[in-house]
Ligand binder design. Structure first.
Ligand code: GCU
Length: 406
């Protein structure tokens, strides 16, 4: 039975982000960066998301389409990144769709986020290439798990492309199914076979599942941005909603090149504290989505107190880089309060590393965004990405992104 009753949240004690495994408390940023941060990263890799191999070289990139878009206000660029090929791999490439403001000539800051149903769904622009990857049939216009013309623009409400461009940012997106199709096939499709050693058939218990693979794909896009002169590589914000918010957080934690991180309703295994067991739990997520996390995470089904970490420490791994955590009131499954508390309990690491953090200890009223280096809001309404969310993310980026560059 799912618990939605605050009085039934079990008693719990959270592991302290700043206390090292040998009991020493970090009192300097150096201790945090050299001792505690690597310890936590290792614990998250081993117990929750799984380790992701380093394949070495950046992926080969080819610009496959370019043109003016959005009534000439934007430049559209579509880049194909090729995965290294092994005979047993079906995944060959992922496509990045970029829109850059046309009126700005200098390198632009950019939001990068995975999408759920194909790049062509984020805008009705007819020049966006349709993905040939597997897609869940629950999405509009998908027939036999493939994209059709009917699905163009179907997710446009979630992507405020016009406003993003107007405010001087670029937007880049990748269909997450290009990296790893989102169903449990024992990791035979997607990029996992590329990661396997010669005698390997599936990930070991401490090796990455799909979320780890999606996060890996985000970092490969960042490698590419390094080579694209119209993008300011030092000002790339990684954004994600729901399961893709979990991937964005993990990407931001692992890859310190991401300048800013935005989690929208990422819930269990994302920003929400596991120990609260409110809404979705470790057991329910591992049972419904056995391919998302590493197998070791299953040891903590109904056993959250034995986790050596909790999700506030995932937020802490992003410090001192700005982080925005967003929730929705009708999305109790994602435990809005647990998401807020993860931000609050990461505050000590932010204060140590940046002298700034979450400017409140109180859970805020609806639609009163709390803006600090850790920011938070809870809006009215259901699970999804709404214009209200993008308005806050853009304001937050306006005040935090220039600072990063100095
Ligand atoms: C399910 C799942 C969540 C996930 C969400 C989504 O509801 O239980 O963990 O965040 O799907 O990705 O939309």
């Amino acid at each position: 039975m799912t618990n939605y009753d605050e009085t039934k949240v079990p008693q719990y004690e959270l592991p302290c982000p700043l206390t090292c495994m040998d009991g020493t408390k970090c009192i300097t940023p150096e201790q945090w960066f050299h001792v505690r941060r690597p310890e936590l990263l290792h614990l998250f890799s081993e117990n929750i998301y799984g380790k992701t191999p380093d394949l070495g070289n950046p992926l080969r990139a080819e610009i496959i389409e370019e043109g003016l878009a959005l009534s000439k206000r934007a430049l559209r660029r579509q880049i194909r990144l090729f995965f290294p090929q092994k005979t047993n791999t079906t995944a060959t490439h992922m496509d990045i769709l970029c829109y850059m403001p046309n009126q700005i000539k200098s390198p632009v800051p950019l939001f990068l986020g995975l999408n759920f149903a194909g790049n062509h769904t984020i805008h009705a622009d007819p020049s966006i290439l349709l993905t040939s990857s597997w897609i869940d049939e629950k999405w509009e216009g998908v027939v036999d798990h493939r994209a059709t013309e009917k699905s163009r623009g179907a997710q446009a409400l979630r992507w405020d492309v016009d406003q993003i461009i107007e405010r001087g940012y670029g937007l880049a997106t990748i269909y997450y199914g290009d990296i790893d199709p989102d169903f449990d096939d024992d990791y035979q499709n997607g990029v996992h076979p590329i990661f396997y050693r010669s005698d390997q058939k599936r990930p070991n218990d401490d090796e990455c599942g799909s979320i780890g693979a999606w996060a890996w794909g985000l970092s490969r896009a960042l490698d590419y941005f390094h080579t694209d002169e119209s993008i300011d590589y030092s000002r790339v914000a990684v954004f994600g909603h729901s399961r893709l918010g979990k991937a964005a957080l993990w990407a931001g934690a692992c890859d310190e090149r991401f300048a800013l991180v935005i989690s929208n309703e990422s819930g269990c295994g994302g920003a929400a504290l596991s120990r609260r067991c409110y809404g979705e739990t470790v057991k329910s997520i591992n049972e419904r989505f056995p391919h998302w996390f590493c197998n070791n995470f299953r040891k903590f089904n109904q056993n959250e107190n034995n986790l050596p970490i909790d999700q506030h420490q995932l937020i802490a791994l992003i410090a001192p880089r700005p982080i925005y955590i967003a929730s929705a009131f009708d999305d109790q499954w994602a435990d809005p309060k647990g998401e807020f508390l993860a931000g609050l309990y990461a505050d000590n690491v932010y204060r140590l590393t940046s002298n700034d953090g979450l400017p409140t200890k109180e859970f805020p009223p609806l639609e009163q965004a709390i803006m600090g280096r850790i920011s938070y809001h809870i809006r009215r309404g259901r699970h999804g990405v709404m214009p209200y969310d993008w308005n806050q993310f853009l304001d937050f980026s306006d005040s935090n992104i220039p600072e990063i560059n100095t």
